[in-house]
Ligand binder design. Structure first.
Ligand code: SF4
Ligand code: SF4
Ligand code: SF4
Length: 313
């Protein structure tokens, strides 16, 4: 099972730190901030509790409030669609709050290092709960004012807390137990992105040899495969992915299923860095961005010998 193998590699990758870690927190902060700010600023909200519907930051009737919420959701859809049109499933890897929950659940289930301080273990354990709570709470604020949560012991308050607690528990369980399997087999948005916006020119590309073609840049260590959350081979995303099951597209190239999360790059940079002194090679064979040439280039191992032969003559 891909998740088990990933959890064995992830602690080493995570321990080293990486520029992507902060970028992921940054992009996730933007997603969560948007989810909170739309209803709290009154840009759009239906208030099923006290009838204080809002649209464009002013009081509105129910129909206007509902129209505002629908337009808000449509706007989020358009933004993610444009991101994915240019960059494939980039939203999955960086912006999706459920994908981020999966990541937090990975970290919470990693085998702790014996030097990890207790407060970090508690923080990692609490991460999936806290994130699930924030997501459910922010989504509820699109449909009710926050007052309902502290309005005494009437049924609206009980109902609101009931929905908040049960939905938080459900979301947490999804991240904890199903995790990336949900992204691979069940998520309709992921399926939709797989074939509507696969992006031919952006993603992970692989260059097996060094730039001058004289040696392997790749260590053939397979760390990139082991760390991939959705069971892909980052060195060969042009080939069909292994069967995913569920509603996923069968026989689609790995690139369509790739979340563009950058985990394989993180692992690859670590492996190359660890071996750089011994090998005298620091070129990283996996790259993230717009392809320059083909997505995958294998080293022609005949070339150096041919070159040597022609020099001899
Ligand atoms: S597949 Fe669905 S749940 Fe998973 S990261 Fe993409 S949009 Fe989010
Ligand atoms: S191939 Fe790399 S970028 Fe794509 S999903 Fe796997 S780890 Fe993430
Ligand atoms: S992690 Fe990097 S060096 Fe190792 S097999 Fe993958 S591409 Fe090659």
């Amino acid at each position: 099972m891909a998740t088990d193998i990933r959890l064995k590699v992830l602690p080493r990758v995570e321990l080293r730190g990486h520029r992507y870690v902060w970028s992921r927190y940054g992009s996730q902060l933007i997603t969560v901030a948007i989810l909170f700010l739309v209803p709290l600023t009154g840009a759009a909200r239906v208030d099923l509790y006290s009838g204080h519907h809002r649209m464009l930051c002013r009081e509105a009737d129910f129909r206007e409030g509902l129209a505002g919420v629908i337009v808000g959701i449509a706007a989020l859809y358009v933004v993610t669609f444009l991101i994915n049109l240019a960059c494939g499933r980039m939203f999955c890897g960086w912006g999706c709050p459920v994908g981020f929950l999966n990541r937090l659940s990975d970290v919470a289930q990693m085998k702790p290092n014996k030097n990890t301080p207790a407060w970090k273990l508690w923080r990692d354990r609490a991460g999936p709960y806290g994130h699930s709570f924030l997501l459910v709470f922010s989504c509820m604020l699109w449909w009710t004012s926050a007052e309902v949560f502290w309005a005494g012991f009437g049924w609206p308050t009980m109902l609101a807390w009931g929905v908040l607690v049960s939905s938080t528990a459900g979301l947490w369980a999804l991240g904890w137990y199903a995790r990336w399997r949900f992204c691979m087999t069940t998520c309709p948005i992921g399926l939709y992105y797989s074939f509507v916006a696969p992006s031919d020119g952006f993603g992970i590309n692989f260059r097996e040899g060094t730039s001058d073609g004289s040696a392997d840049a790749c260590l053939h260590c397979n760390a990139c495969i082991k760390v991939c959350p959705v069971d892909l081979d980052p060195m060969n995303l042009v080939e069909s992915a292994s069967p995913r099951g569920g509603i996923a597209l069968p026989d689609a190239p790995g690139n369509n299923h790739c979340l563009k999360c950058g985990d394989c790059i993180q692992a690859c940079e670590m492996m190359i860095d660890l071996a750089a002194e011994r090998r005298g090679i620091s070129e990283v064979p996996l790259r993230f961005g717009f392809y320059q040439g083909d997505q995958r280039i294998e080293r022609n191992k005949e070339e150096p010998e041919e070159a040597a032969t022609s020099t001899d003559q």
